[in-house]
Design a protein around this ligand. Sequence first.
Ligand SMILES: NC(=O)c1ccc[n+]([C@@H]2O[C@H](COP(=O)([O-])OP(=O)(O)OC[C@H]3O[C@@H](n4cnc5c(N)ncnc54)[C@H](O)[C@@H]3O)[C@@H](O)[C@H]2O)c1
Length: 267
Amino acid sequence: MPRPSGHVTYNNTGRVVLVTGGARGIGRSICEQWSASGAQVACLDRDFEDVDNLPPGVLTITGDTSADEDCARAVSTTIAEFGAIDVLVNNAAIQPPDSYRPLHEYTVELWNRITSINLSGYAFMARHALRAMLPQQSGVICNICSAQGYRTAREVAAYGPVKAANLLQARQWGVEYARHGIRVVSVSPGAIMTPMVRATLDAQGGEAALANRAPMGRLGSPEEVAAATLWICSSAASFVTATDLLVDGGIDALAAFAEPYSLPDCD
Ligand SMILES: NC(=O)c1ccc[n+]([C@@H]2O[C@H](COP(=O)([O-])OP(=O)(O)OC[C@H]3O[C@@H](n4cnc5c(N)ncnc54)[C@H](O)[C@@H]3O)[C@@H](O)[C@H]2O)c1
């Protein structure tokens, strides 16, 4: 008799989720899994070119999360189409290959590009979603953060500290809105194979080295992060707020003084 896989299914029929950066990578998988679970899904992305079709019924909204008016429009369009907003997944962020450099080499333009999307974008989206969630006294906001928000990594002078700020956004807002029926949580991926990581593999020492840094000896998949959002935004997690869930193959627990490449290969 085959062993049970432990696969969990969720029923999000009747719930409305807005996902930022949902055209590719982790955000795309979040759109797909939430759609498959019955939710009405709105996907905000600044670029839908050259991407495969999202599942039928997913509402696509073109906009940039660093522009407050685009965030307002994404929330109002979602509500106009689906009647409410129950879940916001703040996922859109950038880690450009040219950002792998020490801070003193940063231009103001590069610093502003990263912080305006990765930090302000999360706050702008949450601000408008909260205005819709407060009257209904319910909702969940989930920030996609990063294992790089917990610990230092090589040459992530802006991305790492801003991810740490995303973690505290969830804690701060989670506390402030807890008595309004609104949970604010975060999910922190380790290295996940997405277009973002593919573009920066060289800066991170190549795929094999990156995989070998994690105790599990592999990169994670976008589906494994999306699955965490399904749980943490579900009623199964109803007493969970103002906290983070690491989905990182164990990398955060790795001894701080371990040599980066000292784990045995897993093949
Ligand atoms: N891939 C990883 O290993 C990894 C690890 C830790 C955390 N994360 C986080 O997961 C999230 C998704 O990462 P990914 O690897 O899937 O990225 P990705 O670059 O593969 O996809 C990001 C998507 O967001 C969109 N986007 C970017 N900026 C936007 C903006 N200003 N407005 C609207 N849409 C925008 C892009 O067009 C793209 O479709 C990010 O928050 C990232 O920091 C990723």
